[in-house]
Structures are given as C-alpha cells and as structure tokens.
Design a protein around this ligand. Sequence first.
Ligand SMILES: NC(=O)c1ccc[n+]([C@@H]2O[C@H](COP(=O)([O-])OP(=O)(O)OC[C@H]3O[C@@H](n4cnc5c(N)ncnc54)[C@H](OP(=O)(O)O)[C@@H]3O)[C@@H](O)[C@H]2O)c1
Length: 278
Amino acid sequence: MKKILEYLLFPTVTINSKTLSKEVSTKTIVITGASYGIGEELSLLFSNYKVHLVLIARTKEKLEEVAKKVIQNGSKCTIITADLYQETEVEKTIQSLKELPNGIDIFISNAGKSITRSLEKSLYRYHDFTRTNALNYLAPVQLLLAITPVLEKNKGKIINVSAINVLLLPAPKWAAYQASKTAFDQWFRTNLLEWKHMGIKGKTIYLPLVRTKMILPNENYTNYPAMLPQQAAIRIANLICSTKNHTSSWWSIFPRTGSFFGRYLWENVDFIHPKNNS
Ligand SMILES: NC(=O)c1ccc[n+]([C@@H]2O[C@H](COP(=O)([O-])OP(=O)(O)OC[C@H]3O[C@@H](n4cnc5c(N)ncnc54)[C@H](OP(=O)(O)O)[C@@H]3O)[C@@H](O)[C@H]2O)c1
C-alpha cells in the first residue's frame, strides 16, 4: 500500500541533461547542508555537469566524502565546515564565500533542522525555538544579505528549500519547525521583486516528507509514504531550469484548499483528543 501511495504521490521525474548542463555547467553553486540527505544528493547530481560546488555543513569527514565523489565526477569542489547555529561561524562562511574567484551563480539554502514536539513537552525547551530559528531562518538571512551583491554581479539564482507545511494550516507539535520555515519563506518572498530588479531570481520548492535522516527520530514516519532524496534533488534541479518561481507536489492543491476553507474546523475540532469534542 505504501509503495502504491508513493508511486501516486511522488511520481518519478527525470532530468533534461541538456537543459541542466546549459544552466549550470562552469557555474559556481553553493549548497548549505550538503553533507547528508537532499543536499548530498544535489551535490552528486550537479557534479556530473562540470560545476564548481561549494559545500557547507558541520560534519567535515562527510563533506570530504561527498567532495571526493564530486571531484571523481569531473567537477571542482570547495568545502566549508561551519556550524550555522553560530552567528560567528556564519560570518566566517560569508568571508569565504566572498573570496570565491568567480563569485556565486546559484545559492541553495538547504541546511535545516526539524523538531516535532508537543507544547507540553516544550515548556522547558526554549532552545528548540532558538536553534530552529537560528538555522532555518536567521542563518540564511545573514548569508543572503551579505552575498546579494555577489549574486547581483553574476545575475544569480537563489533556491529556498522549504516544506509544504509552510503553505498549510499550522499542525500541532510542529511549532518550532513550522514557525522558522514560515519566517524564512516570508522574508524570502518579501525580497523577490527587489532581487528581480537586481537581476537575481529567487525560487522556492515546498517539499513533502522526504526519506532522509531528518525524519528518522519520528518513528511514525517510517510507515508514511515519502519522497526519495534523489527525487527531491531532481525536482530542485528542474526548478532551477524552469521559468517558475515556486513548485510543490501536484496534490498539494487539496490540503491547500482545505487550509484556505478549513481554519474554523481546524481550530475548534480537537483531532488530538477526539473525546474532548463531545
Ligand atoms: N526530510 C524532509 O521530510 C523534508 C521535508 C520538507 C523540507 N525539508 C527541508 O529540506 C532541507 C534538507 O533536509 P534533509 O531532509 O536533507 O535533512 P538532513 O538529511 O537532516 O540534512 C540536513 C543537512 O543540514 C546540515 N545541518 C544541520 N544542522 C546544521 C548546522 N547547525 N550548521 C550547518 N549545517 C547544518 C546537515 O549537516 P551536518 O549535520 O553535517 O551539519 C545536513 O547536511 C531542510 O531545509 C528541510 O527543512 C525536508
């Protein structure tokens, strides 16, 4: 059953190699969160197109492993080890990015942290909120403010790797993640026209559940249908090549319509403790 749902919800997409090659070869592409999951898959995908990849994450050994494969596939690779929770490390990363010899053509804001926790279990965990905010919202803002002039020079592109949750009614237990991803999405969309004026294109992908280590801590998700990270990477590459500003799964129209009309129901019917409704 899970396989059938995955087949329907996440149909396999392919890449048009010729179009992607035209779009990215010889370009400098920065990917945050490139050591695992979607960022790693993106790095491997782009490495087939003779690009210069700049990979950012905390785990040095894993970045080196990805870099080795990138180089074997014929591309150039620079790694930046940084903990983007720390403002000072974001500053250092910015300095390294500003020193790149050919500037930056594509910046993919992908590093992220997810937390699912009830309000009751969050009462003494304010740090859940400062951490998700630091990584999912403030770090990409700090990076993008600093490199907008660099991107302007190359008429570059920025990709926001976001989540479908951002487009839907807020789900219980997702406060930290959803608030931080939504904050960044709002900031990002606020700037789109000004970036356009500078010749920079901003694009967002609203991803569904993707089978990466991010979803491992939540046991329930092992049984849910999820997209493969390779497929998420192909969808991001296709977005870069397309004229669209944003993309999400074909079926997202249904929960989005439900979210538009269903606020009263969502906020008044207790789906978590159904007995409270009587
Ligand atoms: N998986 C999903 O279901 C899903 C759904 C919708 C959207 N997304 C979004 O997709 C993006 C990628 O997620 P993923 O599923 O690929 O997650 P993942 O497999 O957990 O990878 C997260 C990446 O972010 C890096 N990272 C985490 N904390 C960091 C920090 N403090 N400083 C620097 N880098 C850090 C990790 O590397 P290190 O640990 O080495 O630092 C890793 O490379 C995220 O923005 C996420 O919100 C994911």
